[in-house]
Design a protein around this ligand. Sequence first.
Ligand SMILES: [Zn+2]
Length: 378
Amino acid sequence: MLNKLQQQIVSLVCNEDGASRADLARLTGMSKAAIGTIVKELLADGILQESDIPASGGQGRPSVTLSLAPDAAYAIGISFIDNQLVMVLANGKGEILLERNLIPASGIPPLVQQLANEIAAMLEQSAIDRQHLMGVGLALSAFIDASQSVCVQSALMGWHQVPLAELLSKATGGLPVVVENDTRALAIHEKTFGLLRKQDSAVVISHGSGIGSAAVIHGRIWRGAHGGAGEIAHCTIVPAGKPCRCGKRGCLDTIASLTAIFEQARMEGIDATSLSELEAMARKGHSAAVHILHQAGDALGMAIANQIHNNDPAAIMLAHQPEHFQGLLNTVMQQAIETNLLPGMAGKTPLIYRALEPNSWALAAASVAIIHVLFPEY
Ligand SMILES: [Zn+2]
């Protein structure tokens, strides 16, 4: 386990994607000698590695930069999205070494056993020493408790108060297991290894079969007092609107999620299985397709504007499905953001688009497991 000063240095090295000892002294305000001592410990423990960057013009001494050693940490990340079980074994640089795509077993005990079997098989295949595995992370579309161990509620999976971390830890002979809401896992991954590294504040909105959000405030993820921060999918957008799977009515999810978009399309007799198909129909002037995308974009934009009003983040990241997000849905969403913002706040918050791959959530879950050990106060 790293001490607080070591955590601070490792965290800065991750944020800067390679920093010199002089950079670390400047960023922390600590003396070069103090930085040198901490870096020496981290190099000896195999957490950091050094690499030489040649001086510009080939003159003078090369500068030595520090980065997280790929072998410093391994973790297994697991996601369940759209009835697909994805498992990855990743290293401390967020690189995937092994991947499994499976159909999840139904029922909690068979599923936990399936996960334990696959984890054992992946460890055997990779020949990684169990001692070097920091743990297992699970990303779920769910309300997770503040201790990151219990799935309190998942409307998608129909789970209620499932102590998933404890069950999986027992089944794997005591491996550390941490459970995280999927969008929050993605925000943690992006803040530590990805596009949000330089942002002190940001809101991640994920758009897929469901909708999620997660806020980074002062460089840290905000979980809320009870673990429920970021539940925008079930914010009421249309009072007394359509019934939602959560039991309420008029939630954002009932209008703007892909599930809702395709369901409305079916009700209008439109045979579209992807957003691209629906966008193509809208471009040709199909009025029902235009209406559905308009309504969804409007609701999504309104929800994002509310997030900007609530947190005034430095950036909004929109994590979307691999297919393009550049059609009518996006245009209407952008218009709705600007229309619903106070004039003084309009045009100030950059929107970062992040296309998700099928393994993005599992990789994010692996990052959560690594960060949980490296920076437990994150
Ligand atoms: Zn709802």
